[in-house]
Design a protein around this ligand. Structure first.
Ligand SMILES: *Cc1c(COP(=O)(O)O)cnc(C)c1O
Length: 337
């Protein structure tokens, strides 16, 4: 037996063992669904046949999302998490390489490497803003450009005019809006104008459904059609589809939690202005090498590397969790003064 060298070049997933109290490392929503909504989901699940495969192109959920946005279901694709959709988008378009804008989301690199697709990097500037002209220069031979707004792990949105410069080249663009609900800004309106634009969204963050695994994108019919030619037929399971459909009926509850998280985000930011970057997501980037220090106190955050070596990314939690985070970080900051 020989495991391929490509596979061996990937690291196994590390499971953090230990007794930690506060998890602020994965940008999850700190609120589980309210019991009434869970009951509503259970009622729907009771009616769902478990012996049957789910709809092959997930039409029931695509229709619900289409209605939510006022678009056609032919403009909506759904997948087992946004991540699954990224893995397929990587393969749909012809070209020599994909373009990324580091520092950004690691999964673009993960899937490109797995598929043997070269990556051309056009780094964000010192304020983590993209350069549309520089990306446009690379567009001709690119199969796909990834832009993330708000960006993970930096938290900022990207300017509309820079995104448009890239779209105007005609290159396919994945605009990853996994955190758009936490920002004032979305570029969904641009899908009417650009058939090369793919807006990626997820139920994992604002919608509190990270455990259910469901994401979607909005794009032209041609791109959605291409996706459904190659997508693993039943990867979005029937239970998840029902769950996501119920959550779409409760956008008011979602936004109530989103507004709570935004208030908390601003409270944390104000406390650490000298070290924190302004964020339009549900996390904050901080120039504080406090990963180990926080871990000792039972608080798990995300440790960053590369250009962000010595930085942490902190997910906004519940008020009482944030109180503990703030107290611990204040102690850390006192120690480095
Ligand atoms: C969380 C996240 C996603 C999608 O996550 P799923 O849980 O797979 O839906 C996509 N892009 C970014 C930038 C994210 O942070």
């Amino acid at each position: 037996m020989r495991i391929s060298p490509l596979v061996k070049s990937f690291q196994p997933y590390k499971v953090l063992e230990g007794d930690y109290r506060i998890w602020l490392d994965k940008n999850e929503n700190p609120f589980d669904l309210p019991p009434e909504i869970k009951e509503e989901i259970f009622e729907e699940l009771r009616k769902t046949p478990f012996n049957r495969y789910p709809h092959i192109t997930s039409m029931p959920l695509r229709e619900a999302i289409a209605e939510f946005y006022g678009v056609s279901p032919e403009n909506v694709a759904v997948g087992n998490g946004g991540d699954e959709l990224l893995s397929y988008l990587m393969r749909i378009f012809d070209g020599e390489y994909v373009v990324t804008t580091p520092p950004t989301f690691g999964m673009y690199y993960f899937y490109a490497k797995l598929d043997g697709i070269p990556i051309v990097e056009v780094p964000l500037d010192e304020n983590f803003i993209m350069n549309g002209d520089k990306i446009a220069e690379k567009a001709e031979k690119a199969s796909l450009v990834f832009i993330t707004s708000p960006n993970n792990p930096t938290g900022n949105t990207q300017p509309r005019e820079e995104i448009i410069k890239v779209l105007d080249t005609g290159v396919p663009v994945v605009l990853d809006e996994a955190y758009a609900e936490f920002s004032g800004e979305s570029y969904v309106d641009l899908i009417d104008e650009y058939d090369n634009l793919i807006i990626l969204r997820t139920f994992s963050k604002a919608f509190s459904l990270a455990g259910a695994r469901v994401g979607y994108f909005l794009a032209s019919e041609e791109i959605v059609d291409a996706l459904y030619r190659i997508k693993s037929p039943f990867s979005l399971n029937a239970l998840t589809m029902v769950t996501a459909k119920v959550m779409l009926r409760h956008y008011d509850v979602v936004m109530e939690k989103v507004n709570y998280i935004i208030k908390e985000r601003e409270r944390i930011y104000r406390e650490f202005k000298d070290y924190a970057y302004p964020s339009e997501a549900n996390f904050i980037l901080m120039k504080l090498n406090a990963y180990e220090f926080l871990l000792e106190k039972g608080i798990v955050v995300r440790k960053l590397g590369g250009r962000l070596e010595g930085y942490i990314r902190v997910t906004v939690g519940r008020r009482e969790e944030n109180d503990e985070l703030i107290a611990a970080l204040k102690e850390f900051v006192e120690g480095i003064k």
